[in-house]
Design a protein around this ligand. Structure first.
Ligand code: PLP
Length: 445
């Protein structure tokens, strides 16, 4: 069978090494790359580097390329719009694609409430806007986020993020009035916060908040329905039910950060559909626009309308080229039933990797939902001590054999798989074979 991953040099090759040298000289140390290669071409689930090495991509630009790299429909939409105009600033002179996209988002996001949408540029910026709207609407200031969740790297974003290192190191003071509760996520890992699961209900949440912040001051909870950066773990459904039960009568909003989980990744268009709940505000970015920088804050109309004219805005928000890319991407996702494809990808992935935890003491878990999957490495199953160095070695062994994949954050012990949802079964199988061989190579020596 034809192989997709084809390596012409050792990885990184000489051309990538030369560019890395220039990067070191020109860029600050804090801006790292997980994989030491430079890409010159990308096609569906394949990346070609400057040394002509071809890699299978299980990262999709951190969950951005659900529709596949250089998707022809998206490229065509981008170039058609770029030939008309690339920018007016929507707050200066408006254009129709922005409106069409917001109409689509109002219609496609979970729940039957009338909705309104505002576009911005990045995930973190969209989360910031969601917090602004929640505070303005409720007249309250405290925001409750969850440990291990990731919400971005702007100052408010990294304050919301429930992982201190490396995101917050040295950047304090953090933004005020942001609090964290333990993560109600389940797995075999050390992150399990409730080993003996208590009864989750409104009373439980109320008790939790007693040592954190007065509940009368809480404007919103922000949740990540499946932890991506935090190690691929779905939010506990009964805790989510308790959260809604607690929040509704108290006028507290629920914000769902669907930046990574959106657009079919978990097997439904949005992950909140698995839970059957409509958030008050949903934040989306990443795969919304096939690689163009765009994000959106979608909320119940009454909530979104609370902001005074001019209270939200930005020069590039809802850029027309990004809107055109988003409209084409969304049509592609729906027409090609990519959420259903994510379920198949997930099934194949987990079946193929299922034996790893039985075979290896240092593989604690293979888990995921739809096409959002992870392999967790530990020192041993007794201590469940995170084995970050092993995850890193396996990641390196993968790229040396032609597979690019991520960790759940640069300091994580979980390898994360977010392939384009357009990957073929053959491409997926070849990538998984490389991963299995890399685990064997690292753990058997
Ligand atoms: C769940 C989640 N929220 C927020 C962000 C931040 O998005 P951005 O990097 O576009 O600011 C990310 C990025 O990885 C994410 O996965």
């Amino acid at each position: 069978m034809k192989k997709f991953a084809v390596l012409k040099t050792a990885v990184p090759g000489p051309a990538s090494l030369a560019l890395s040298k220039r990067k070191m000289a020109a860029m600050p140390n804090g801006a790292i790359s997980n994989v030491p290669v430079f890409i010159k071409k990308a096609d569906n689930f394949l990346l070609t580097d400057v040394d002509e090495n071809v890699f299978i991509d299980f990262g999709a630009g951190i969950g951005v390329m659900n529709v596949g790299h250089s998707n022809p429909k998206v490229v065509e939409a981008i170039s058609t719009q770029a030939q008309k105009f690339t920018h007016t600033c929507f707050h200066m002179a408006m254009y129709e694609p922005y409106i069409r996209l917001t109409e689509k988002l109002n219609q496609l996001t979970p729940g039957d409430s009338p909705k309104k949408t505002y576009l911005v540029n990045s995930g973190a910026e969209a989360n910031e806007n969601a917090i602004k709207v929640a505070r303005r609407y409720t007249g309250k200031s405290a925001i409750i986020a969850f440990e291990h969740a990731f919400h971005g790297r702007t100052l408010l974003g990294l304050t919301l993020t429930g992982k201190a290192s490396p995101y917050r190191d040295g950047f304090g003071p953090m933004a005020p009035e942001i609090y964290h509760l333990p993560s109600p996520y389940k797995s075999n890992s050390r992150f399990t916060q409730y080993p003996e699961k208590p009864m989750f209900d409104a009373h439980f949440i109320s008790e939790q908040l007693k040592t954190v912040v007065p509940e009368s001051e809480v404007a919103a909870f922000i949740i990540e329905p499946v932890l991506g950066e935090g190690g691929i773990m779905p939010f506990d459904k009964s805790y989510l039910e308790a959260l809604f039960e607690f929040a509704k009568p108290r006028g507290i909003l629920i914000i769902a950060d669907e930046i990574q989980t959106g657009w079919g990744r978990t097997g439904t268009l949005f992950a909140m559909e698995h839970f059957g709940y409509e958030p008050d505000i949903l934040v989306t970015a990443k795969s919304i626009a096939g690689g163009m920088p765009l994000s959106a804050v979608v909320g119940k109309a009454e909530i979104m309308d609370c902001v005074q004219p001019g209270g939200i805005g930005s020069t590039y928000s809802g850029n027309p080229v990004a809107c055109a890319a988003a409209l084409a991407s969304i049509d592609f996702i729906i027409e090609n039933e990519l959420p259903e494809r994510a379920l198949e990808i997930g099934k194949l992935t987990r079946e193929k990797l299922a034996s790893l935890p039985d075979e290896y003491e240092k593989v604690a878990d293979v888990r995921g939902i739809g096409a959002m999957n992870g392999v967790e490495f530990v020192e041993d199953k007794q201590s469940l001590k995170p084995a970050t160095a092993i995850a890193k070695k396996v990641q390196q062994a993968c790229w040396e054999k032609g597979l690019i994949l991520l960790k759940s954050g640069s300091h994580s012990h979980v390898l994360r798989m977010l392939p384009p949802l357009t990957i073929t079964d053959d491409g997926l199988n070849e990538g998984l074979d490389i991963l299995i061989a890399a685990v064997k190579h690292v753990l058997e020596g």
